[in-house]
Design a protein around this ligand. Structure first.
Ligand SMILES: *[C@@H]1O[C@H](CO)[C@@H](O)[C@H](O)[C@H]1NC(C)=O
Ligand SMILES: *[C@@H]1O[C@H](CO)[C@@H](O)[C@H](O)[C@H]1NC(C)=O
Ligand SMILES: *[C@@H]1O[C@H](CO)[C@@H](O)[C@H](O)[C@H]1NC(C)=O
Ligand SMILES: *[C@@H]1O[C@H](CO)[C@@H](O)[C@H](O)[C@H]1NC(C)=O
Ligand SMILES: *[C@@H]1O[C@H](CO)[C@@H](O)[C@H](O)[C@H]1NC(C)=O
Ligand SMILES: *[C@@H]1O[C@H](CO)[C@@H](O)[C@H](O)[C@H]1NC(C)=O
Ligand SMILES: *[C@@H]1O[C@H](CO)[C@@H](O)[C@H](O)[C@H]1NC(C)=O
Ligand SMILES: *[C@@H]1O[C@H](CO)[C@@H](O)[C@H](O)[C@H]1NC(C)=O
Ligand SMILES: *[C@@H]1O[C@H](CO)[C@@H](O)[C@H](O)[C@H]1NC(C)=O
Ligand SMILES: *[C@@H]1O[C@H](CO)[C@@H](O)[C@H](O)[C@H]1NC(C)=O
Length: 849
């Protein structure tokens, strides 16, 4: 009986999963080959509405037929008589009757005696291999002749030994796989780069490989899902990748329809491909958008995104004015290159200019690189060849510097050659280089010091001006303090009189809020710009430290989702920070209805409470799910920038709804860095004796042991995420279960599969978004897990939120009971929206043991 079942099983196996063809057993139209693990299928297919037949390979398990390779791309067969076979000379061929539509061309390589033992096999990688000697001698593989799809384990690039160039070409149309106009191939010159071409015109450039990513793909992070490896040696230039999790199905392809390269991942639950990444995305990605010596800034406040390098001006001002920057820029002054006194100016955070004329030396240090570049008059710029570990190696750029663009927070610094005139003009960012003129500089410095000394003394004598002088001194102190490396972080300094005038002498009418560290006022500068002024309380013991911290930090941070500081003001003990004004105030005014049950006179409901609730509910309803989701993504991006993408590692320590401001377009901006901590490069966790933050948002290891890490911010983010979805405060009071907080509540319902019941009623049962809402709740629960190690990093959070991937199940969250730590009435000190740490508390930990 057992034997019979076994026999049946094997015969079934045999009948249903043939994975190879032999000279004796060709493949006919209608039959297919199935790879051993069942991942790929090879057979005849007709794309779209076409009736023509092609031989191709497609994913077996993807329900939308996705062809990754085609043999007879431009020679289709028109009837059902197609045959895929191994010919008498050992070559693979696709034929119909007598007519051969396609064949390989390797006849010289297969000895006639071996022909009968050759076989062609489809592998689980999607590769079709023709081999003889029981698979020992390989003659041909489909991975060497790519069509439009780049699969894991494939290589694209140039084999310098054999001359074989593997590259992708788009399909001509959805129902026509013949080669289209777009191709993606390596440019081996200089420092190798990949280009997307339309015909022979470059459309987009990946930039060179700079250690762990392409210079033009800043969103590529450390091996997380995809592990790319790039090889450039005398034998070959190639790139390949693997997918770290076998259950993820993903392809990289050239899409001729949109003229882009893109990566897609298959989402089984929705039965569709989801776009993971694509390029070019914006104008600045277009090759040479701003021409030579022009740099493209997608977020420039200007109407035109092009700007010339410092010391350069538009070559054709008229075209430039008409927003065509492709002519590029020329030098501003008429000093020819290669004179004494030359040096370098820095272009911060950019995609490297075209490196096809670059010279790479990986054994040089960056300093040697600068010196070598300065010595050779035709060297136009330099940068490090490996950006991943603080910078090493040397890329020296020759020829015109073209296709440079800015990546706020994500690019690489490039130093370009500038003459003495330009250096003097843009001296602030001049790169210090040892040179013979040290004496001259010393003399200049001595003279300057003398002048400063004399003038300060003179000021001092004039008692009338003492006050102004005091301000200037303070200013120089903080600038020195705050600005240890960059000059671009310099901020305008406002006098107290200016601020006083702007806020109508800090009138009560302009007051936006008040909290432990001071008050916030609305103001309008004489220029008309609206500002928010945070005036720190003079007697707050933490003021000085927090102030310096905040100034130092924010001066360096620039991100769409972080609030922008416009300047500051110090006068004596009084310190003020000036921010851009956010008309929509903070997020908590949108998502929470007035917590009537925890108002000061406890459970007494004000008589007009119904009215109050109504208007609040209207405000809540104005934030529909789509807007809320955008807000969540925005906050996540801002946090990711703080944790990972800015050059510093910053732990915010006080993320909460009150510290997220909304601009007029409802773009969220994280505010209040008074408590942030900067971490050193490799430091991931620290111990603090001063625990600051807001109850309800504090991670357990932080609240109880003073341990801070990025994961403690992730915890706060999780709480905030759940608050945004439910429209309730974590520390709020729930009549149905008073001993438990929001997180506990969500967890309880989640376990029972009823989490949707807690969704803010103001979202009006948005049925279409239920999937997204559930995903977000699940991510929120992952973020508030008890063990810090279990919580995902912000990069993973953002990935899970913005891609439809499978998400792990959360374990029990921390602090679900209100008794978990001391309870503080959060509404007691709040007067309104524009928060100033209004609910933040601070406690000194007693260092145990
Ligand atoms: C196939 O034909 C149908 C009906 O004419 C059309 O709606 C559809 O877009 C076509 N599909 C392709 C891939 O061209
Ligand atoms: C096959 O290869 C030979 C030499 O490699 C070349 O001369 C010939 O044109 C090729 N034939 C086809 C059909 O590509
Ligand atoms: C290969 O097989 C065919 C058919 O089975 C046979 O006629 C031929 O002689 C064989 N060739 C060699 C070299 O064994
Ligand atoms: C390819 O480019 C040519 C010439 O630029 C154009 O005529 C043709 O329509 C393009 N084909 C496709 C499929 O876009
Ligand atoms: C990524 O690939 C490289 C080289 O193929 C390998 O050494 C490394 O271990 C891989 N990384 C991961 C996380 O699998
Ligand atoms: C805006 O354009 C002007 C004139 O073209 C230029 O001087 C300025 O630097 C530009 N600002 C930015 C932020 O690009
Ligand atoms: C630069 O200087 C040269 C001679 O010194 C002069 O002929 C030329 O016109 C100048 N160019 C510009 C743009 O000023
Ligand atoms: C790279 O730089 C090192 C150190 O300066 C030098 O010895 C070596 O010759 C350089 N290599 C090339 C290929 O230029
Ligand atoms: C400058 O560098 C280029 C490219 O490496 C080289 O061809 C040229 O000879 C160098 N010139 C000098 C003066 O060293
Ligand atoms: C791969 O992903 C699946 C679902 O997303 C997950 O269950 C599995 O643990 C992952 N495997 C690895 C090795 O990460």
């Amino acid at each position: 009986m057992l034997l019979r079942i076994l026999l049946l099983f094997f015969s079934l196996q045999l009948c249903c999963s043939i994975d190879s063809i032999t000279p004796q057993n060709p493949l006919k139209d209608g039959d297919v080959l199935l790879s051993k693990g069942g991942k790929f299928t090879l057979g005849f297919f007709s794309p779209g509405n076409s009736t023509r037949k092609y031989l191709g390979i497609w994913f077996t398990k993807v329900s939308v037929q996705t062809v990754v390779w085609v043999a007879n791309r431009d020679k289709p067969i028109s009837g059902p008589q197609g045959v895929f076979s191994i010919g008498v000379d050992g070559n693979l061929q696709v034929s119909s009757g007598k007519a051969v539509a396609w064949s390989t061309n390797i006849s010289a390589l297969i000895p006639p005696n071996d022909v009968n033992s050759t076989s062609g096999q489809i592998l689980d990688s999607g590769n079709f291999v023709l081999a003889s000697n029981n698979g020992k001698t390989m003659h041909w593989q489909s991975f060497d002749y790519l069509t439009d799809t780049f699969l894991p384990e494939m290589k694209i690039g140039l084999s310098k030994r054999t001359g074989l160039n593997r590259y992708l070409t788009s399909w001509r149309a959805l129902d026509d796989p013949s080669p289209g106009n777009y191709s993606f191939r390596v440019d081996p010159n200089g420092s190798p780069q990949f280009f997307l071409y339309q015909g022979s015109d470059p459309v987009w450039r990946s930039g060179p490989w700079i250690g762990s990513r392409w210079s033009g793909v800043p969103e590529m992070t450390r091996a997380f899902i995809f592990n790319y490896s790039f090889v450039s040696n005398p034998d070959e230039i190639s790139v390949t990748y693997t997918i770290l999790n076998d259950s993820v199905i993903s392809i990289f392809l050239v899409d001729g329809f949109t003229g882009t390269v893109k990566r897609r991942t298959w989402q089984e639950s929705a039965k569709r491909w989801v776009e993971f990444w694509s390029a070019p995305k914006e104008l600045c990605d277009q090759y040479g958008e701003c021409g030579a010596y022009g740099s493209c800034n997608p977020n420039s406040g200007n109407q035109s995104e092009c700007a010339c390098f410092p010391g350069y001006r538009p070559k054709s001002p008229r075209d430039w004015y008409l927003r065509d920057g492709s002519e590029g820029c020329v030098k501003e002054d008429n000093v020819s290159m290669c004179r004494s006194g030359e040096g370098f100016l820095k272009l911060p955070s950019v995609k490297l200019p075209d490196t096809s004329k670059a010279v790479v030396n990986t054994s040089m240090t960056v300093k040697e690189c600068a010196e070598a570049c300065l010595r050779n008059c035709s060297c136009m710029a330099y940068t490090s060849a490996d950006d991943s570990r603080g910078g090493s190696g040397c890329i020296a750029l020759y020829g015109e510097l073209i296709d440079t663009r800015l990546y706020p927070g994500g690019g690489q610094d490039v130093y370009f050659r500038a003459d003495a005139v330009a250096l003097a003009k843009y001296q602030k960012s001049k790169v210090a280089l040892k040179n013979k003129r040290l004496e001259v500089i010393l003399i200049v410095l001595a003279v300057l010091t003398f002048i400063i000394f004399v003038s300060t003394t003179a000021f001092w004598v004039h008692k009338k001006k003492k006050r102004e002088w005091e301000e200037k001194r303070q200013r120089s102190i903080w600038i020195k303090d705050a600005d240890d490396s960059d000059s671009d972080s310099e901020l305008p300094f406002f006098t107290r009189n200016e601020i006083s005038a702007a806020t109508d002498n800090f009138s009560f009418a302009n007051k936006l809020g008040e909290g432990g560290f001071g008050s916030v006022y609305k103001g309008r500068l004489r220029s008309g710009q609206e500002i928010a002024v945070k005036k720190l309380a003079q007697n707050s013991g933490q003021g000085v430290q927090e102030f310096k911290n905040e100034v130092r930090l924010i001066a360096k941070l620039q991100h769409r989702n972080l609030v922008r500081m416009l300047g500051c003001c110090i006068q004596g003990e009084e310190k003020m920070l000036i921010y851009e004004f956010m008309p929509n105030k903070s997020l908590d005014t949108f998502i929470f209805s007035k917590p009537i049950f925890i108002s000061k006179n406890k459970l007494s409901v004000p008589r007009n409470c119904f009215l109050v609730l109504l208007t609040k509910e209207e405000k809540k309803a104005s934030l529909d799910w789509k807007k809320r989701f955008d807000v969540i993504l925005g906050i996540a991006r801002g946090m990711l920038y703080l944790h990972q993408d800015s050059r510093l590692r910053i732990i915010h320590r006080d993320l909460k709804a009150g510290n997220v401001l909304l601009d007029k377009d409802m773009v969220p901006k994280i505010a209040d860095f008074g408590m942030a901590r900067i971490f050193g490069g490799e430091e991931v966790q620290a111990n603090t004796t001063r625990v600051v933050g807001t109850y309800g948002y504090m991670a357990p290891e932080y609240a109880l042991e003073g341990l801070i890490s990025m994961k403690s911010d992730v915890f706060s983010f999780g709480v905030l995420l759940l608050e945004i979805i439910t429209g309730r405060k974590n520390s709020g009071f729930y009549p149905d279960n008073p001993s438990i907080n929001l997180v506990g509540h969500v967890w309880d319902l989640w376990k029972e599969g009823r989490a949707l019941e807690l969704v803010d009623p103001a979202l009006n049962n948005d049925v279409d978004s239920e999937g997204e809402i559930l995903t977000s709740i699940q991510v929120g629960l992952l973020c508030v897990q008890e063990r810090a190690d279990d919580r995902p990093a912000m990069s993973a959070v953002l990935f899970m939120l913005s891609n439809k991937v499978e998400i792990p199940s959360p374990s029990q969250p921390a602090f679900i009971h209100k008794g978990g730590h001391r309870d503080v009435d959060p509404s007691s000190s709040s007067t309104g929206a524009y928060s100033v740490n209004e609910m933040s508390v601070s406690a000194t930990m007693v260092q145990g043991r």
